[in-house]
Every structure is written in C-alpha cells, then in structure tokens.
Design a protein around this ligand. Sequence first.
Ligand SMILES: [Ca+2]
Ligand SMILES: [Ca+2]
Length: 247
Amino acid sequence: MKKCIVVFLSFMLMATVAQATIDIATDFGSGADTFIGNDSKTSYTKNRGANTELETRYNGGGSRFTCSYYRFDLTGTSADFAGATLMLEASYIKSSTGRRLDVYGLVDETLDQWDETTITYENAPGMLQPASGWNMGDYLIDELKLVHLGFLTTPGTGGATPVYPIRFSSNTTDLGSAFSNFLTADTNKLVTIVLINSTGTSGTNSEDKIASKEHATYLAPTLVLVPEPASMLILALGGLLAMRKKA
Ligand SMILES: [Ca+2]
Ligand SMILES: [Ca+2]
C-alpha cells in the first residue's frame, strides 16, 4: 500500500515539476531594457533607458532604424535549459499582419554589463558605425559580438483599433535550439538579447513598441526558461527518495 502511494506521489511530483518554468523579467536583479537608434530623431547619442516603450523599427530606405536591447539576470538558475521563449507585451503594433523581429545574442560576455542609463547606438555592444555614418538611419552589426539566434513574429492584431496590451511569445520553432544553446553557454549569469526588424516584413519604416520594465502596468519583458528534463528528473527522484525515507 505504502509502495503504491509512493509511486503515485512520484508520478504526481514529476508531472508537477515537468510543467515548471522559470520566468525572468528585465526588472529582476541586474536586468535592463532600452532601445537605440541612429537617425535624426532617435540620435546615435540619445539614451532611452528610462522609456516605458521599446521601439523596434525597420530602416526603410536606410532612414529610421531603431532596435531594442534586453538584459536578463540568470542568478539562481541552473546551467542547462531544454528551451526558452521570450514573452513580451506590445503597447503598439503598427501592422495588421505579423512582423518578423530577428533575435540576436551578445556572445562577448565582457560587454554584458552595459549601462541602461548611458547606452546609445554609439556605444551599444555589438553595433558599429554604419558606412553611411552617424544619424543616417542605418546600422551595422559586429558579427563577432552579436550572433543571430532566430526570430519571433509580432501578432497580426495591429491596425485600426487594437486593445492594448497585446501579449505575445516566441515559438520554439522560430526560436529553438540556437537560442537555448546560447543561454546554456552563458558563464556570467547575464544574457543580452537584441531585437532587430531586419527584413521590413509587413510594412517598412514603421515601428512596433514593446513595454519596458519602466511601464507602470504592462508586463516587463520576460525570458521563460524550461529546465532540462534531466534536472527535473533529479528533482523528482530526490523527492521520491525523501518520501521513501519517511515511509
Ligand atoms: Ca529601461
Ligand atoms: Ca552572459
């Protein structure tokens, strides 16, 4: 009888643990969020660390580029992840069809400590001066520092009268193993993600806006981590052994 109860409880525990995810928002620990630009309106020397909305705008015709930076503090998490998604709340969606936002990761970990209050296009980790120059609306990625990890698609619910906030997440097909491998490779418990509208899908030269951690009511940008099954199994077995000792 006792054995049946222990087995039943262990399955219950495994089922419970298997569903557990770890949500880390930019307002946790040393997290940060901001956006940068390189045109006459969002100057390459302008800081947007305190803004409540994060703009991501295609440089339609090389004139209006902005992109958003996110830092997540992984303190207290294990090193191995089976997967991860980004969960965001839009405060403005221009397009009535989904727009692709490419996801880049900062692999030069010496640059993870960028300062939210001073970061601009000019000093942003992984950005270089474009061939067209400063404040000309274009951008240039330092591919030794920023690597492409996949993409996410904004919801196609913009247009006339959407009701905000609009919450959306990346899916595991578009943001899969490259993203989780990047997170697993982290060694300093800080990860920097950059969202860039690099294709101009569903309309050019218009921005989407994502709520930052400074927004009074909307969700702060959140990284949702799925622990490795091995880690979950160890947790479940640990619970099982603890129960057997008591039995
Ligand atoms: Ca911020
Ligand atoms: Ca890191």
